[in-house]
Design a protein around this ligand. Structure first.
Ligand SMILES: [Zn+2]
Length: 92
């Protein structure tokens, strides 16, 4: 937990991609690193990816803005989908 918002956002993206598998995959990655005599946190593949993407975000500030816009569009798409389904269904 590096305490940076960009870092946390990478984990959110990872969670969105992996869904319910995220936590087991994260733990397995830590276990694999530990079994290889490496650091279970620093050498965890999700942490490495978060560090790499955070470094890239710092070099390119527009990247985080794009992620935020994308997240907002996803939210809007999901809620409007629910709304249109609700209005189409007959009232009981
Ligand atoms: Zn992290």
């Amino acid at each position: 937990m590096a305490g940076s918002r960009a870092h946390e956002r990478v984990h959110v993206r990872q969670y969105e991609r992996w869904g319910p598998l995220f936590l087991p995959a994260y733990l397995l990655s830590s276990l694999a690193a530990w079994l290889r005599g490496r650091d279970p946190y620093r050498d965890n593949r999700f942490e490495r990816q978060a560090r790499e993407r955070t470094a890239r975000t710092e070099m390119n500030p527009g990247f985080s803005v794009n992620l935020r816009a994308e997240a907002l569009m996803n939210d809007a798409g999901q809620s409007s989908g629910l709304n249109s389904r609700a209005t189409r269904s007959p009232a009981r």
